[in-house]
Design a protein around this ligand. Sequence first.
Ligand code: SF4
Ligand code: SF4
Length: 162
Amino acid sequence: MHAARNLRLCTKDCVCLFICPTGATNTENGQIDFEKCLDGCRLCVDACSSGAIYLVSSTYPKPQPKEEGVVKAIFDLARSKAEQEDVARSISEASDDAALRQICSVFEQSSRIIGEDLWRESGYIIAQSEATRTLLKTMIKEHGNLEGFPLEEVEELLSRLS
Ligand code: SF4
Ligand code: SF4
């Protein structure tokens, strides 16, 4: 364990600077120095009246492998959300009805947010991860020749993530 500081809550009354036995709380950038933190002795946590300091684990277990069926179901749902987003946008762009455009706009945004959450749940939250690169390579292989597929953009993204 080690301590971390939420700068938004910190009122800079400096109590933690005096109480930390190693000086880990006294840094230029306001972040607690993990190298100096004594395995989360929590003196600073208890001393901070603002609740700005908390303990975090120094190591995390590896994510569990996902079942193929579960990933496929999440992918299918994410794809349907992307399609719903497209439909809502098309209706909105083609309509002169302000109320309908507003409803479609909300639906478009909510579909986008849910779709992004689903991709995250599928294990693609870190763009630089091997899983994301593999996904992009698979997309190019399986859909690269299809009309409308943004091949140039996906290749550019892949090169930047390497
Ligand atoms: S004791 Fe809490 S509020 Fe005070 S300087 Fe430290 S982190 Fe900030
Ligand atoms: S947990 Fe202990 S060693 Fe770590 S920063 Fe707080 S007071 Fe210092």
